[in-house]
Design a protein around this ligand. Structure first.
Ligand SMILES: CCCCCCCC/C=C\CCCCCCCCCCCCC/C=C/C(=O)SCCNC(=O)CCNC(=O)[C@H](O)C(C)(C)COP(=O)(O)OP(=O)(O)OC[C@H]1O[C@@H](n2cnc3c(N)ncnc32)[C@H](O)[C@@H]1OP(=O)(O)O
Ligand SMILES: Cc1cc2nc3c(=O)[nH]c(=O)nc-3n(C[C@H](O)[C@H](O)[C@H](O)COP(=O)(O)OP(=O)(O)OC[C@H]3O[C@@H](n4cnc5c(N)ncnc54)[C@H](O)[C@@H]3O)c2cc1C
Length: 664
């Protein structure tokens, strides 16, 4: 029945002020009002309808995305939306498009690596979308290993130009989003060669297509790399292939903030670190961490609402069956994901702060916090995207068979999200970057250099190597100091064990390769410590709203106790806790599940998602699942006729043949 709220009883159980929690989730009242306004604007505009998206063939799907992007741009201009509002609009339109790479990587690359003069020339064109750009780094044969890229940019002093060339098949650019069919320009990463010497990777602005008829320019071969995982999903994006045959660009199209080539062909290195060339990746990794909580909360919202609607077994005297959300196993799979969504939200907020801070320092030529910013963005990108991708898939399973239907919203969400584990740096490769940072920190411990920021705990290494947990009863696990020390001791001990094992190798690089799996685990332990600490720090702030802080304390407890349970081997193996203390942690975890249970629906309501954004029958706000599932099935193109296309060619002859066989 329309208009009935099937989850109303669940909502009545809430023990906290949901409206105040919405503000905590959004980060501020301003953010809440912005998201609320823009999400409704998008939901109420038929131009942004998602109807039938998963059924469209690729060409139509892609054209529909072009239409939506153009329409979005028109609305942005008409409504005079600010950059912040436009970015929200993109978020709620909920469709990957070339515009992501234009705004998310092409423009940031020019801003971060271009000189003032270059920015003055290119940014106004890009801001007005009079040129459309992408980020062309990865090649067919080289992705993770950026220093291994093969595309060349050779300086020709005769003409004051660079010659951009793809010398081999494996040097073809491969994957850049927006490249295949839309971009007119790209920031291309290529080996800079001048006076016969290779100076390694640099960025160059290269025009690819005519601004008149959109034809590829001479010497440019460009196209789409083909269909990707999932129906619809990331196939709205034209990930592309690109080859250059001696394409000439003016010298001033090399991005020259980090290094320059003079008119005479002399290579000059600025006094900024070369790693700034990787700055766009650091920026995007930070945005990916912020986005993880969006994707995970969405899946969790669907699975939580559906788990309250769905009933199986346990009917007494003909009464209703049990809501599946009341099974402890369901809670043990679902509630840690709900807690993770909140945890990632807060660590994302913190990382944004760290990134802003490092950017301000870089502008003042202070590069001291760059290594930490790199380690944090790389590690947290890896940790949060792995957990989110796994979490979305778990939410699908939590919804049983119906979770497998596209109308649940979960298959598409998974297919769109899962490449986040690979793009912007493969998650294992990124963990190994964190491990290098940790090993460097451990090796410098005796040098008098005091570790600061997220590795400050290493400064107390002697204590952390010896201390033991003083937990005596389950509720002792609610003490923040007990928890932080446990996670610090585990991370420190795992790093030190790796460093000790590394020191047994004559060649450190050989040792690093041999111990890579242990090093990646140490990196995970360090990153989990960051997430736990930032959640606990959040709780130390003044949080208004009846019961809001208490709910966050429950969620925080579930987050760290679930991790402690899952990684018990680390905590026990490093000798910080006993098996009795591990078992007490588990008792406390179960108690927290019971405290969370009556608040579960309201905790996902606090995400404030519209039904348009969720795009899930199982996650509908009103819980009216079954009639809507039934209705949706009949919209499938297969159900447009009672008799299937192909009946006369294939089914009928088969049936006839069976009849003949039966008569024999
Ligand atoms: C339809 C609707 C439309 C609506 C439209 C509306 C209009 C829109 C309006 C607004 C919209 C806004 C929208 C914005 C959306 C934004 C979304 C963005 C979406 C993004 C989508 C993603 C697409 C994917 C892109 C990509 O994947 S790009 C390619 C990424 N590639 C990688 O990540 C490669 C990974 N590899 C590396 O990073 C490196 O090779 C390495 C693994 C780090 C190793 O590098 P190497 O040089 O070999 O280094 P080392 O020797 O290991 O280290 C040397 C040294 O450097 C330090 N280091 C390394 N990296 C960094 C770094 N990044 N920063 C700082 N330092 C670094 C390292 O620690 C070492 O240091 P030490 O010497 O001190 O030890
Ligand atoms: C949807 C999508 C969009 C993308 N968009 C863009 C874009 O806009 N622009 C762009 O330039 N690129 C883009 N990429 C490319 C992306 O950045 C790369 O795919 C990514 O960096 C991983 O590199 P790779 O493909 O070379 O993986 P590989 O490095 O070949 O990884 C393969 C396997 O090897 C392992 N491995 C590799 N090196 C090591 C190591 N040193 N130690 C241990 N294990 C290792 C990895 O863990 C992985 O399991 C995109 C990719 C995808 C999937």
């Amino acid at each position: 029945m329309e208009g009935v709220d099937y989850l109303a009883d669940e909502r009545k159980k809430a023990e906290f002020d949901v409206n105040e929690m919405k503000i905590v989730w959004a980060g501020s009242r301003h953010n809440f009002e912005l998201s609320d306004r823009i999400s409704k604007l998008v939901a109420n505009d038929p131009g942004f309808s998602k109807e039938g998206r998963t059924m469209l063939p690729r060409k139509e799907l892609f054209k529909n995305t072009l239409r939506k992007a153009t329409y979005a741009w028109k609305r942005i201009i008409e409504l005079r939306l600010s950059e912040e509002e436009a970015a929200k609009l993109r978020h709620f339109v909920d469709e990957p498009a070339f515009t992501d790479l234009h705004w998310g990587m092409f423009i940031p690359a020019i801003k971060g690596q271009g000189t003032d003069e270059q920015q003055k020339k290119w940014l106004p064109l890009a801001y007005k979308m009079q040129i459309i750009g992408c980020y062309a780094q990865t090649e067919l044969g080289h992705g993770s290993n950026v220093q291994g890229l093969e595309t060349t940019a050779t300086f020709d002093p005769q003409t004051d130009e660079f010659v951009i060339h793809s010398p081999t098949l494996t040097s073809s650019k491969w994957w850049p989003g927006g490249l295949g069919k839309v971009s007119t320009h790209a920031v291309v990463y290529a080996r800079l060669i001048t006076n016969g010497k290779d100076y390694g990777i640099n960025g160059f602005i290269v025009q690819l297509r005519s601004l008149e008829d959109h034809k590829p320019l001479p010497g440019v071969t460009v196209g789409d790399i083909g269909l990707k995982f999932g129906n619809g999903a990331y196939n709205t994006m034209d990930n592309g292939v690109l080859r250059f045959d001696h394409v000439r660009i003016p010298r001033d199209q090399m991005l020259m903030r980090v290094s320059q080539v003079t008119r005479e062909g002399k290579y000059v290195q600025s006094d900024v670190p070369r790693q700034l060339l990787y700055g766009t990746m650091v920026y995007v990794r930070q945005t990916i961490v912020s986005d993880a909580s969006n994707a995970l909360s969405r899946a969790v919202c669907i699975a939580t609402r559906y788990s309250a609607v769905r009933r199986q077994f346990g009917s007494q005297n003909g009464g209703q069956e049990i809501q599946v959300i009341d099974y402890k196993t369901q809670q043990n799979r679902l509630f840690p994901l709900l807690a993770s969504a909140y945890a990632f939200r807060f660590v994302g907020e913190w990382l944004k702060w760290l990134y802003t801070d490092v950017t301000q320092r870089l502008q003042a030529n202070d590069f001291s916090t760059l290594p930490e910013a790199h380690a944090c963005t790389a590690g947290l990108k890896s940790l949060t995207t792995t957990a989110t991708a796994d979490g979305i898939e778990e939410c699908r399973k939590l919804c049983g068979g119906h979770g497998y239907l596209c109308s649940s919203g979960l298959p598409e969400l998974f297919a769109v999200y899962v490449p986040a584990c690979t793009y912007e740096g493969d998650n294992t490769v990124l963990l190994l970057q964190v491990a290098r940072f940790l090993m460097k920190t451990v090796s410098q411990l005796g040098s008098g250099k005091k570790p600061v920021g997220t590795i400050a705990y290493m400064g107390r290494i002697e204590h952390l190597m010896q201390c033991r947990s003083d937990v005596k009863q389950a509720k002792d696990w609610l003490k923040p100091s007990a928890v932080v020390e446990a996670f610090e001791a585990r991370a420190a001990r795992m790093s030190v064990a790796c460093a000790q094992n590394l020191s047994k190798f004559d060649n450190p690089e050989e040792g690093f390769a041999e111990l890579a799996a242990d090093l990646a685990e140490a990196a995970v332990a360090h990153c989990q410590l960051i997430v736990v600490s930032k959640f606990i720090e959040k709780l130390q702030q003044d949080i208004p709203g009846e019961g809001v802080k208490q709910q966050l304390e429950v969620l925080c407890g579930i987050y760290y106790l679930f991790l402690l349970h899952k990684h018990q081997g680390d905590f026990l193996g490093t000798g910080y806790i006993t098996s009795k203390q591990a078992s007490l942690a588990n008792d406390q975890l179960r108690a927290l599940y019971s405290q969370l249970r009556p608040n579960a629906i309201s905790l996902v309501d606090a995400f404030n998602y519209t039904d348009h954004f969720l795009d899930s029958i199982l996650g509908r706000y009103d819980g009216n699942v079954y009639p809507k599932l039934y209705e949706a099935a009949w919209k499938d193109p297969l159900n447009q006729s009672d008799i299937a296309d192909g009946f006369h060619e294939y089914i009928r002859p088969l049936l006839k043949q069976q009849l003949r066989t039966a008569r024999l």
